[in-house]
Design a binder for this molecule. Structure first.
Ligand SMILES: Cc1cc2nc3c(=O)[nH]c(=O)nc-3n(C[C@H](O)[C@H](O)[C@H](O)COP(=O)(O)OP(=O)(O)OC[C@H]3O[C@@H](n4cnc5c(N)ncnc54)[C@H](O)[C@@H]3O)c2cc1C
Length: 469
């Protein structure tokens, strides 16, 4: 029986274990945290539940969708999407609707937005627009004025670098199909096929995003998979392009583990640093040029219901918070009782930024103060708070990153029994459906059922290599 060793018990690793055991193979999942789910795990405190920021589930990949539905069974809930943008003390619909924007921004501002959009269209018409960065892409589709009002501050709060250094393909992937004219069109007429950003209903597990992965781990375990928690892989040994085993730490004990095939969802940069012997100099240099953004979730147990949205994008430049989520508006079962809202206030940073070093008490105070400044809940309504820090949560899609990835991929392709999978593992800014799809395909490759390359899974979790899938 083939044995697949999987580093990481997040969506990609567990989908791989689920698939391998479904096909009669043996799977070992090694997870460094005390619970499964990775960035999509759910934590519980004082009777309420919190994800690592908002986790809606949406996919166009039928297989991944069916897996989600089958694993969750009766624990699947459908959530109506309500998300708004907070800017200048006012709430704007997300996506923007013409009348809401007109009244919110004022007639003068709206005319200026339309004029700058017309300017961008003219530039495109005469072939004068050059799309090299996120900024170029947005200005081309929405005009410079709307870019400065609605996109610039928010995006720079998330990524920590100027928008002209962010790769254009990031915007093209995430907001594809959308422009000011399509936003206006969509507001006036209901389109048959929704654009990814605009989906108005999504699926969610009743007890939080992580419930899916707890159930998936249970099902895989019932079929013979082993899921080790609190176990951290520290080295990947290899010889002649074959991985020969891995070293891991459980509590204070170090041990070696072997298998036939190895799948790794630890961040790509960490995987390369774990390779023993180390990769060639150019591969290590490429690896060290890649950066991730850290995520801080300040979780607050708040009295009452401060807002009806699933989450709010905080474009307001006067606070550091980026997004605020209310999980009771995903599933009422997330809240300890009907008078409570479990909220996450999110911050993004690099490891060297001061906010990463702030104590839990300081962060809870910062989030409580900002919630109050934004008029959402006075400090007296915050009953308790705790902080979850996630390192390397967002791969930074900086201009030029593709060359580094290409160099790393060339070297990894020489291995016969190793595949990186998932979001941080493949340095892709992607969602759960994508991560699960990479795990499913990688498991089939590991079992010799085809040669599926997880790098060919696109943002929608769909595999693109004619005929293969
Ligand atoms: C704030 C935020 C909001 C998001 N919102 C959404 C959303 O709305 N919808 C959506 O679909 N997706 C969303 N995502 C993305 C989603 O969380 C990821 O796509 C998904 O979790 C990726 O799964 P993965 O298995 O690739 O990686 P991860 O979830 O990162 O799992 C990797 C696992 O590997 C473990 N690990 C790492 N190193 C080691 C090691 N050395 N040894 C052992 N274990 C190790 C980690 O602890 C982790 O559990 C969001 C992510 C964030 C951060």
């Amino acid at each position: 029986m083939k044995r697949v060793v999987i580093i990481g018990g997040g969506p990609s690793g567990l989908a791989a274990a689920h698939e391998a055991t479904r096909r009669g193979a043996s799977a070992l999942v090694i997870e460094k945290l005390d619970r499964v789910g990775g960035l999509a795990r759910t934590l519980d405190r004082d009777g309420s539940r919190y994800d690592i920021g908002p986790h809606r589930f949406f996919t166009t990949n039928v297989e991944v969708r069916n897996l989600f539905v089958d694993v969750l069974g009766e624990d699947l809930v459908r959530v109506s999407r309500l998300t708004r943008i907070l800017y200048g003390g006012k709430y704007f619909n997300y996506p923007l609707t013409p009348f809401n924007a007109l009244f919110g921004l004022g007639v003068g501002n709206s005319v200026a937005i339309l004029a700058s959009y017309a300017q961008a269209r003219m530039r495109r018409l005469f072939g004068a627009s050059r799309i090299e960065s996120f900024e170029d892409w947005i200005v081309d589709r929405f005009g410079g004025r709307l870019y400065r009002v609605f996109f610039k501050t928010y995006t720079e709060k998330v990524w920590g670098i100027p928008c002209d250094r962010i790769g254009a393909d990031w915007a093209a992937q995430r907001i594809k199909g959308l422009s000011l004219s399509t936003a206006i069109f969509n507001a006036l007429y209901k389109p048959k096929k929704k654009i990814k950003t605009l989906v108005d209903e999504f699926m969610y597990p009743r007890l939080g995003a992580g419930q899916l992965y707890q159930k998936m781990a249970r099902q895989a375990t019932e079929r013979g998979a082993e899921v080790w928690r609190d176990a951290t892989v520290t080295a990947i040994h290899h010889r002649d392009n074959v991985v020969t085993g891995i070293r891991l730490m459980t509590h204070d004990e170090e041990r070696d583990v072997t298998g036939d095939y190895y799948l790794c969802s630890a961040p790509l940069t960490e995987m390369l640093e774990m390779m023993d012997p180390p990769p060639p100099g150019d591969v290590l240099a490429a690896c060290r040029s890649l950066r991730y953004r850290n995520h801080i979730g300040v979780n607050l147990n708040v009295q009452g219901v401060p807002f009806p949205d699933n989450w709010i994008y905080v474009h307001a430049p006067e606070v550091r918070a980026v997004r605020i989520t209310n999980y009771r508006n995903f599933s009422p079962a997330m809240a300890a009782d009907s008078g409570i809202s479990p909220l996450t206030v999110e911050y993004f940073c690099f490891p060297e930024d001061g906010i990463w070093e702030m104590s839990e008490a300081e962060l809870v105070k910062l989030a409580t103060d900002e919630l109050s400044r934004l008029g959402m809940a006075g400090p007296g309504r915050v009953l308790s708070g705790f902080v979850v820090r996630s390192e390397k949560a967002y791969p930074v899609i900086e201009k030029g990153y593709e060359e580094h990835i290409a160099c790393i991929r060339r070297w990894l392709a020489t291995f016969t029994n190793l595949l990186p999978i998932g979001r941080s593992g493949m340095f892709k800014y992607n969602n759960q459906d994508h991560a699960m799809a990479t795990g499913l395909l990688a498991a089939r490759t590991a079992l010799g059922l085809g040669k599926f390359d997880p790098w060919n899974v696109n943002i929608d979790g769909e595999y693109h290599e004619a005929g293969d899938a």
